[in-house]
Design a binder for this molecule. Structure first.
Ligand SMILES: [Zn+2]
Length: 458
């Protein structure tokens, strides 16, 4: 009898442990770091004035989801983009520090222009041609990579149980407009960039194809919110290029929301905003920045008010990954790009671009595949996509599962640059007429991959 009692004492805790391992609790950790570059650092990969003053800090922030297999990390930077070598290295570093695989780290940029862009591979290539520190400040980038990885690791100790996820959406009034206004011949007649409102014809043209909704996913511990994620597709620029480092109107909107929710951590992601900007509603004047911020914050608030909570458990959380080779545009030829990079009579700007093109082309020709991923949270699915993706991809993803909540973060791997739809390549314009690094058939590759990630079966 005494022996049996002892046995029970020994085994009872083990049995309890086994039961709880079957249904590991879902937990969420939240991290944030400062990612503001030192003065003198290149901004927007050397396309604009370097950092001369700090107008607002830049941040990197994210969440780690625990309990649903290996940890899942979602992370957003107030930078113009993280591409190629840096995209791989940052994800490897973060994954290592939280004990997961790089394929379970979704890394994104918000694409502000008075902000750094990082690509260790392009920076290294430029350095071998006497052009170091024109494109990026790689020492600083490496320091931030360590910082964000350490913060993600430290956050794990403070992870909190997630009992509910809430989903919402709200219309954003008078912010987004399509950048490409077609003429009667079906080609881009007016290129309406971020401050396009200075041109009356661009200001008066219709908004065009956009996604007017900001979507929201929040995590709760019973009645206490832990963190909120929002998604909205637009270029985030009001004005830029004067050396004033800042997080622009999207960062201001995010800060307004955090302040009105007593500091609740808010992580914002840029959707497929490659061909979308505030141009119709923005003339680049200083007054417009807080105005655009307020309109976006109002949409975020509507999304917050509209949210509906549902219980969630670890078994309701899944992570899907699909790696894809992106087809390189036929105008990009390695030998020609190398010749341009080597030619010191070329303008610096051209040589920087040639190095970026060359890095991407070599990466794709070498067989590298870019990971896309999808986080399934009950009925919600969050897609993680590369490049400056056109908004049509986001709208197509929603149509693939019309009864579910579908949202998207683009500006993952910045390597490809603009990613248009097939028809857009025949329409000309800045994005697909000149600077995109991928071929029109990229549309088939990405649409197929999105269908697989969203488990759409024909
Ligand atoms: Zn852009």
């Amino acid at each position: 009898m005494k022996y049996l009692f002892t046995l029970l004492l020994v085994f009872a805790p083990l049995m309890l442990q086994a039961a709880s391992a079957d249904e590991a609790p879902l937990r969420l950790a939240v991290f944030q770091i400062d990612a503001t570059p030192p003065l003198g650092s290149p901004l927007c990969n050397g396309a604009v004035q370097p950092a001369m003053e700090i107008v607002s800090p830049l941040t990197a922030r994210g969440v780690v989801l625990l309990g649903a297999g290996e940890p899942i990390v979602l992370c957003a930077f107030d930078w113009v983009g993280i591409g190629n070598g840096s995209y791989d290295e940052f994800r490897r570093s973060i994954a290592r520090s939280v004990g997961t695989k790089p394929a379970r780290v979704a890394l994104h940029a918000l694409h502000q222009h008075d902000a750094p862009g990082s690509d260790f591979a392009t920076e290294k290539l430029l350095a071998t041609h006497g052009l170091s520190r024109q494109f990026s400040n790689a020492d600083f980038d490496a320091e931030v990579m360590e910082r964000v990885s350490a913060a993600a690791k430290q956050s794990l100790a403070k992870a909190r149980s997630v009992t509910h996820v809430a989903l919402g959406s709200g219309k954003v009034e008078r912010v987004a407009s399509n950048r490409r206004i077609l003429g009667p011949d079906g080609r881009v007649a007016i290129q309406r960039q971020s401050s396009g409102g200075r041109n009356p014809a661009a200001r008066d043209a219709p908004e065009g194809t956009i996604d007017p909704l900001v979507r929201l996913v929040s995590f709760w511990n019973d009645d206490k919110p832990i963190a909120v994620l929002t998604y909205y597709a637009t270029h985030p620029q009001s004005y830029y290029g004067r050396g004033g480092v800042n997080w622009d109107f999207v960062g201001m909107a995010r800060e307004m929301r955090e302040n009105s929710l007593s500091g609740l951590p808010h992580i914002h992601f840029n959707g497929a905003g490659g061909n979308v900007a505030a141009g119709k509603y923005n003339d680049g004047s200083k007054e417009k920045r807080p105005l655009l911020a307020q309109r976006l914050a109002d949409g975020m608030e509507r999304a917050w008010q509209s949210q509906k909570k549902s219980p969630i458990a670890a078994k309701d959380v899944q992570w899907f990954v699909k790696k894809v080779p992106l087809p390189v545009r036929d105008t990009l030829v390695e030998e020609a790009l190398l010749a341009k990079l080597q030619d010191d009579k070329q303008p610096k700007r051209e040589r920087l671009r040639a190095a970026r093109d060359l890095t991407f082309v070599r990466r794709m020709n070498g067989g590298h595949q870019i990971p896309l991923s999808c986080l399934k949270l009950g009925h919600a699915r969050v897609l993680h996509m590369p490049g400056e993706l056109f908004v049509e991809y986001q709208l197509a993803a929603q149509r693939m599962r019309p009864d579910d909540f579908i949202t998207m973060a683009a500006y993952g791997d910045y390597g490809p640059g603009y990613i248009g739809t097939k028809i857009a390549y025949g329409q000309g314009g800045y994005e697909t007429g000149r600077v995109s690094r991928v071929a029109p058939k990229v549309e088939n590759v990405l649409m197929d991959a999105m269908e697989q990630l969203l488990e759409v079966h024909h």
